[in-house]
Design a protein around this ligand. Structure first.
Ligand SMILES: [Zn+2]
Length: 231
């Protein structure tokens, strides 16, 4: 019954899992380090985001506080920035870096940056794919009915992998915009910028790991399907 968890070619997914673990450790340790290093300018994450948004003519965009750890995000439907309490009130290199990154997404939106719009358009279908995958996963787990749904699983992971692929330029570009604005507006100095880079690069690695994991999972299903068609 649990056969599909230890399915054929299960080992294909291992590098993705290891990379994911490494990325998690890296982002946690890098953030933990730079959250204790204050910027000389002394602005909080909320103030830094405000400066960047104002400089881009986005004075009306709210910067709000949200609960949880590293829950920071830009909401394109609400056209609002949400920063976790730690980054909202904190004036560390980590707080200012993350806040500037989220402001970077707002700048993308204002600039009608194409990958951001492609990603936004893919959100509903990706959400549907994730729910469908949960359903198939459950059927496989409870009834051992996974192999009948192999084609659907391949379609689902194709959607998820494409979403994660389009996420990469969006995330890297937001960090690039963040670093430019932080330096230009004097919110961090040249040497502090290296710390911002480390925090944002570590965060970006988690998106790379997610993509690698999905692609390998997809490859696993394709290999199984090929094996079946040969039987
Ligand atoms: Zn981002």
């Amino acid at each position: 019954m649990l056969a599909f968890i230890i399915m054929d070619y299960w080992w294909i997914a291992i590098p993705g899992v290891l990379l994911g673990l490494y990325a998690q450790i890296k982002v946690t340790s890098t953030y933990a380090h730079y959250v204790r290093v204050a910027t000389r300018a002394g602005l909080t994450g909320a103030q830094a985001a405000r400066e960047i948004l104002d400089a881009a003519g986005l004075q009306d965009m709210p910067v709000e506080e949200v609960g949880g750890h590293l829950t920071d995000h830009y909401d394109p439907t609400k056209r609002a920035l949400f920063l976790s309490s730690e980054n909202f009130h904190g004036s560390s290199i980590a707080a200012v870096g993350v806040a500037a990154h989220e402001a970077g997404h707002a700048l993308q939106h204002k600039a009608a940056y194409a990958p951001l719009h492609m990603r936004m358009a893919m959100v509903p279908i990706t959400q549907f794919a994730s729910i469908a995958w949960a359903g198939i996963f459950l059927l496989g787990l409870v009834f051992g009915m996974f192999y009948q749904f192999l084609g659907i699983a391949i379609a689902i992971f194709t959607v998820i992998a494409l979403f994660q692929l389009i996420t990469l330029p969006v995330e890297f570009d937001a960090s690039r915009r963040a670093k430019v604005q932080l330096l230009k507006l004097g919110l961090v100095s040249g040497d502090e910028s290296a710390g911002v880079n480390k925090v944002l690069n570590a965060a970006a690695l988690t998106y790379v790991a997610a993509l690698v994991t999905s692609v390998l999972q997809l490859l696993q299903f394709v290999m199984i399907a090929r094996g079946q068609s040969r039987d």
